[in-house]
Design a protein around this ligand. Structure first.
Ligand code: CA
Length: 635
């Protein structure tokens, strides 16, 4: 049905390269432009309200086909504040659709709004400064979190619980008076928050205050999600409040990354599919939607106007919302050329924006031959785009799919190589620390704390703490970019009402998902938070843990033991003033071990118990490293 879309003739005739699709405000005029090749008629329907239960058309304005299948209409600026849909006629078939390039929408994202975005900027927006400028992805410590999870728990008593404005609320404390929310993040010292999808998604009804979802079900790609605003029915609120959140985070030294989902859409009733039937998706030979994503469809990113749509969309977020980075969901379903086109578009706004994605190698029915996909096998063909290192993740804690499989931290020393590859930021598919995001857990699969219990039945609380600390010590002594799952530093657990660990909490609601801030009142939890916090600080103090290329890493890291117990030296002299070298030891075994040290005096900066960046305890000749723990020493 849609084979002609993949032909050279179609692409040549209908590829539009203007940067003005959607709504543009120009003096006294508002221009609307929509790409609808081959349509017989296209018109704009004007409504008073953004709610589709109000379906009275105030006016129908015909559009004119101007170029490459683009239809255009010019309205006076008196229409500002009105809502609109497109009506597309092809033969006997008439479709009503939202604008794929909509920048503002009404409740549930069903209808687009004519809104001048100049009126959505918070105070000081024009002087907004990016806190991470001058740094590289290898300097990043990224905190992956969900807007609602962060402040919805009653223990934090946020004014804007679960909202964009809750993320940036200052002065939040838990019941014990300990910092929570944004103040907590500042103290933790992370460089970025990475937000699970914040673009408009379709799985929750925006009328429902209690609805929960992660948001991997895109509806409007260029509009913030309504449930995270204080008023989803007001097209302006979600935009203003998201910008306000970003501005406040920036003012507090925290950069913002958004999780973007271009590999599939919520439903195939997606607006673009109504306007240009089946152009947006890959199809199987028997005419079904390809479903490599497992979400019912795969976006045909290799087609010229889909590629443009994605590049335009990411660039728009970078420019209009001052985003500091993007994380691409199931990037392995997107083609290499599209990802590089996105990089090029983003670079026009800010070359320092960081990009990374899930480079899994996945099956999908690509619509043309000769297309390379943005997966781990093609990592070296991606321009300044990093990939998640699942080799380190599974090496450390055991396969996320084999629940009972033990990882290196649980003394499965068969995984020593995977852990060392993480240390060097050199998994099988990469030769550059700029391409590697190291992590041990994220929103998917069991939390680290739950996985340790599943892999080690009967494990005690103390043993879990010990292994968790070892995991953190390993992670923060790896080269490459670092990501932690929010709450990993608070021994986060996701347990349902039956007492089972939840491996996929996408619909599990607040009780399972929320960050439980009152856990900080308990000594062991506060201690784990402190351990992470000080490891983050230690990493920030030592540029030699953040080398920029593989040549430096190979030259300056010397592994002296790799037989289960790991010991390596980082030559720090070329990277920092006060430190000559750093010695790192991992001991996952069930026995304490005595490890020899190169000659000279050493300061112990980290052991099984705590992290002391100043290294007040001095040692020489050897160090004893407790079972299931690690050590960091400097000289
Ligand atoms: Ca929504």
């Amino acid at each position: 049905m849609n084979e002609e879309y993949s032909t050279k003739e179609f692409e040549e005739k209908y590829t539009y390269d203007g940067d003005d699709l959607g709504v543009t405000f120009d003096g006294e005029s508002i221009f609307l432009r929509v790409w609808a090749p081959g349509a017989d008629e296209v018109s704009v329907l004007i409504f008073e309200n953004g709610d589709i239960s109000e379906d009275k058309v105030q006016e129908e304005i015909t559009m004119e086909c101007v170029k490459n299948g683009v239809w255009q209409s010019e309205l006076s600026s008196d229409y500002e504040g009105k809502y609109y849909d497109y009506k597309v006629t092809r033969g006997d078939s008439v479709s009503i659709a939202c604008d794929p390039y909509a920048k503002a929408v009404g409740i549930n994202g069903d209808r687009a709004m004519l809104l001048n975005l100049n009126k959505t900027n918070p105070e000081g927006w024009e002087n907004d400064k990016k806190p991470f400028s001058g740094k590289k992805i290898t300097d990043a410590v990224i905190y992956e979190m969900h807007v609602r999870d962060f402040t919805i728990d009653s223990s934090v008593n946020a004014k804007y619980a679960g909202k964009f404005l809750g993320v940036c609320e200052t002065g939040l404390k838990n019941s014990g008076g300990i910092s929570a929310g944004m103040d907590y993040l500042k103290e933790l010292g992370v460089t970025h928050v990475h937000l699970l999808p914040i673009a408009d998604y379709g799985s929750v009804d925006e009328h429902d205050e209690n609805a929960y979802n992660w948001g991997y079900d895109p509806k409007n790609y260029n509009v913030p999600e309504g449930t995270y605003s204080t008023n989803p029915a007001d097209g302006k609120a979600r935009i203003y409040e998201l910008k306000k959140m970003i501005k406040t985070l920036h003012d507090n030294g925290i950069a913002v990354i958004m999780d973007v989902v271009y590999n599939h859409t919520y439903e195939t009733s997606f607006c673009m599919n109504k306007i240009v039937p089946d152009y947006f998706y890959r199809m199987t030979p028997d005419g079904k939607y390809s479903d490599g994503s497992g979400c019912g469809n795969d976006v045909a990113t290799e087609r010229s106007m889909v590629r443009k749509f994605i590049a335009d969309s990411v660039k728009y977020w970078a420019e209009e919302y001052h985003m500091d980075g993007f994380r691409f969901d199931l990037m392995g379903l997107i083609d290499v050329d599209t990802m590089n086109a996105v990089r090029e578009a983003v670079d026009k706004v800010d070359k320092e924006i960081i990009m990374y994605g899930e480079g899994w190698d996945m099956e999908t029915e690509v619509s043309k031959p000769g297309i390379l996909m943005a997966n781990q096998n093609n990592a070296d063909k991606l321009n300044r785009i990093a990939l998640f290192n699942d080799e380190l993740r599974d090496g450390m804690k055991g396969s996320v799919f084999e629940y009972d499989e033990k990882g290196y931290i649980s003394n499965n020393t068969k995984n020593t190589k995977e852990v060392l590859n993480g240390v060097m930021a050199a998994p099988l598919w990469s030769d550059s620390p700029q391409r590697v995001i190291n992590y041990v857990s994220c929103h998917d699969n069991h939390t680290l704390f739950d996985k340790m219990e599943l892999a080690n039945p009967g494990i005690t609380f103390e043993e879990k703490i010990s292994q968790n600390k070892l995991a953190a010590l390993i992670l923060f002594t790896c080269q490459g970019g670092i990501l932690i799952h929010s709450g990993e530093e608070l021994m986060r657990t996701k347990v349902d009402d039956e007492g089972n660990f939840v491996h996929d909490s996408v619909r599990a609601g607040d009780k399972v998902n929320s960050i439980k801030w009152d856990n900080l009142n308990r000594e062991e939890y506060y201690d784990m938070y402190t351990y992470y916090k000080n490891l983050i600080r230690f990493r920030a103090l030592h540029p030699s843990l953040r080398m920029e290329n593989s040549e430096q890493i190979k030259k300056n890291i010397k592994v002296v033991q790799d037989d289960g117990v790991v010991q390596f030296y980082v030559n720090a002299s070329g990277f920092e003033k006060d430190t000559k070298q750093i010695c790192v030891i991992y001991n996952p075994s069930e026995d304490d071990v005595q490890i020899e040290l190169e000659k000279g005096k050493w300061k112990l900066c980290c052991d099984y118990k705590s992290v002391d960046c100043d290294g007040k305890r001095e040692l020489q000749d050897s160090v004893t490293v407790r079972k299931a723990s690690g050590a960091i020493l400097v000289q």
